[in-house]
Design a protein around this ligand. Structure first.
Ligand SMILES: [Zn+2]
Length: 283
């Protein structure tokens, strides 16, 4: 099956690559389904599978249980759970994951070490971008928080992240994060405006700060739920700003490029491990 086309097609494979796509010689429904491999733009692999002993009754219930579980994290246990998430992701056709990895006084470097070990263990099977994520407990620009984030940068993350709304001074926190990002040549993925309160939106301020540095192409705004509270023209102006950031769900250039992999499933076996092939003409 191909997008927008009714017919059935044959895919010719050679050395693990798609060599040709042509109309099928036989008519009738196919047993197989080919899709571009999925990219998970927002994961928290270090917190995955932490609450398995009961079913949380609400989102806040789950958050409280997860916060409690974090105090008992070890890098070995983070590695085990993150690897499990990556294996399960692959089994469902995901070949790229961007994961926010906690950096704060509760977990120190434990989550970074565990997730980076899981990334190494899965190398060659699934592409993982690790974000060193300064959480709501890591209040930039406090010196100990900055020093903790620098320790995380020493471990070679792919992105820097920040829970901007929970900072005592969101602008200062952002400036410090951007200083570190520029100095270390790292892109940024922000947890920003995860609420629906128009009077508490910080995205316009963030766009201005980022635009002043001409850094917009290196920034993703994740969540940004409060965008829905703005008038369409205001939302559009924000989106198109002088140096537009990539908004909503983390569609940065790195992940927004054409799919270079294709997963092939038997139609009656969706949810099981697909076979992943490269598309050479796009790669
Ligand atoms: Zn998140």
């Amino acid at each position: 099956m191909l997008p927008g086309r009714e017919d059935t097609y044959s895919i010719t494979l050679r050395d693990g690559l798609i060599a040709d796509i042509a109309p099928a010689a036989r008519s009738g429904p196919s047993q197989w389904l080919a899709l571009p491999a999925f990219a998970n733009l927002h994961a928290h692999a270090d917190r995955s599978f932490t609450v398995t002993s009961f079913r949380p009754s609400s989102f806040s219930d789950a958050l409280a249980a997860s916060a409690k579980a974090r105090t008992a994290f070890t890098s070995t246990d983070v590695e085990r759970r993150a690897t499990l998430l990556l294996e399960r992701s692959l089994a469902h056709g995901v070949t790229r994951v961007r994961t926010h990895t906690d950096v704060d006084p509760v977990v120190g470097m434990i989550s970074m070490e565990g997730v980076l070990a899981a990334k190494a263990a899965m190398a060659g099977r699934i592409d993982v971008d690790v974000i060193a994520f300064s959480t709501s407990r890591n209040d930039l620009p406090q010196p100990d928080a900055v020093s903790r984030l620098k320790d995380a940068i020493d471990r070679k993350p792919d992105f820097l992240g920040l829970s901007i709304n929970s900072a005592a001074d969101p602008r200062k926190a952002l400036e410090v994060l951007l200083d570190l990002a520029e100095k270390n040549g790292l892109p940024v993925d922000l947890h920003i405006d995860e609420h629906l309160l128009a009077d508490q939106i910080v995205a316009p301020m963030a766009v201005k700060v980022i635009a002043a540095r001409n850094f917009g192409r290196h920034v993703t705004f994740s969540h940004l739920c409060a965008l829905a509270t703005l008038e369409p023209t205001e939302a559009s102006r924000l989106r198109k700003g002088p140096s537009p950031c990539w908004m909503r769900g983390g569609s940065s250039r790195r992940l927004n490029r054409p799919a270079v992999r294709v997963g092939v499933w038997r139609k009656d076996a969706l949810g099981h491990q697909p076979t992943i092939f490269q598309r050479p003409e796009l790669g």
